[in-house]
Design a protein around this ligand. Structure first.
Ligand code: F6R
Length: 359
């Protein structure tokens, strides 16, 4: 069943190109996004989008908030379900409440969906499992088409969620007239390129495999990035900690100097996300600050970067969103290879379950 891969997680990383193609299938035309499952009335009178989820799905929601504000020009906020439930949140009727879940069964997320419905909000779920509790509960649903995800550490579900959010932000942009046709067409052409960007090459995988041996015994990892690469940094850190049991944090690059940089020394590993097309100079100088304080740095970028101890080069892409997907593959593979070297059971990490149906 693993088709020659060592673990399901590895197989699922390799499947991402295909499942993203599936998720895009039939949903792209030349100048619009098609969601047959949606009634445009869902967005009538909506001035804000609130996203709510747990874990990796929360990270995809965070990444979506950048797209909804940048492309759709709609105010967007993101909530951790287990926090949102208990803090007596204000829920206005002009808010579309969106929950994100691979399983559609996560107890805290499901409960926030019920709360929002009770408060009279319109609701939408982005989910990988048809007929799950959340799909049945929400007013509308968009299915990711990741197929069954066996590895406890989510990979392809995340990739398809971000893909759906990219499409949805353009769908809303068209509805709200917040993007011109030329830009919309350009964005749709970029979407078509994701499957290629996430194809794992032998060369990339071998490089990460070799390099991973240097990242096994430090006293911690910081994954750093700016803008939408910050949620990706959070996701990279979560992947690493859940399967390698090493301490890892995701942090916004510009925040390091407000405290965490005090930890910098050779035993502190920094995994730096350096997209060419988004805040490159700013991100670079943040990494240089860490390098000057002797943190061991692994930089991921399309552009050569000589201030790092290790450098993983991604392909040159046309747009930062494609860089996002290329870097996603790198952080997933890095976690996988570190975990394998440490002798862990990648697919069944200790203390974790695939679906968290208890609070
Ligand atoms: C991490 C992981 C978890 C889930 C979280 C939410 O790799 O898989 O953090 O993302 O438990 O699960 P869903 O998306 O099923 O609601």
């Amino acid at each position: 069943q693993k088709d020659g891969y060592r673990f399901f997680m590895e197989k699922e990383i390799y499947e991402q190109s295909d499942v993203i193609s599936d998720t895009l299938l039939g949903r792209l035309s030349d100048d619009e996004i098609i969601f047959e499952e949606l009634d445009t009335k869902l967005f009538d009178g909506i001035n804000e989008i609130k996203l709510c989820a747990c874990g990796t799905s929360y990270h995809s929601a965070l990444s979506a908030s950048y797209m909804f504000e940048r492309y759709s020009k709609v105010r967007c906020s993101v909530e951790i379900a287990s926090e949102f439930r208990y803090r007596q949140p204000i829920m206005n009727k002009d808010t579309l409440f969106v929950v994100i879940s691979q399983s559609g069964e996560t107890a805290d997320t499901l409960e926030t969906l019920k709360m929002a419905k009770k408060a009279g909000l319109k609701t939408l779920v982005i989910c990988n499992v048809d007929n799950s509790s959340m799909v049945r509960e929400a007013n509308a649903s968009i299915l990711t088409r990741a197929g069954i995800e066996k590895g406890v550490a989510s990979t392809k579900a995340f990739a398809t969620q971000v893909t759906v959010f990219w499409m949805l932000s353009l769908y809303v942009a068209k509805l709200k007239n917040s993007m011109n046709t030329q830009e919309l067409k350009h964005q749709i052409n970029l979407l078509r390129e994701i499957p290629l960007s996430v194809k794992v090459t032998d060369e990339m995988h071998e490089r990460i495999k070799r390099l991973s041996k240097r990242y096994l015994h430090g006293h911690g990892f910081f994954f750093i990035g700016r803008d939408i690469f910050y949620p990706l940094a959070l996701e990279g850190a979560l992947k690493l900690k859940e399967i390698s049991y090493l301490h890892a944090e995701g942090y916004p690059s510009g925040e390091m100097k407000h405290g965490p940089i005090a930890l910098a020394d050779p035993e502190l590993f920094t995994i730096a996300l350096l997209p060419q097309h988004l805040l490159y100079e700013k991100s670079k100088s943040n990494v240089e600050e860490l390098s000057a304080r002797d943190s061991t740095i692994c930089a991921i970028s399309a552009l050569e970067f000589d201030k790092a101890d290790d450098f993983i080069q991604i392909n040159q892409c046309k747009d930062y969103m494609l860089e996002f997907f290329e870097m996603m593959i790198v952080v997933q593979l890095l976690s996988l290879e570190v975990s394998i070297r440490l002798g862990n059971d990648v697919d069944m990490p200790r203390n974790l379950a695939k679906s968290v149906t208890v609070e």
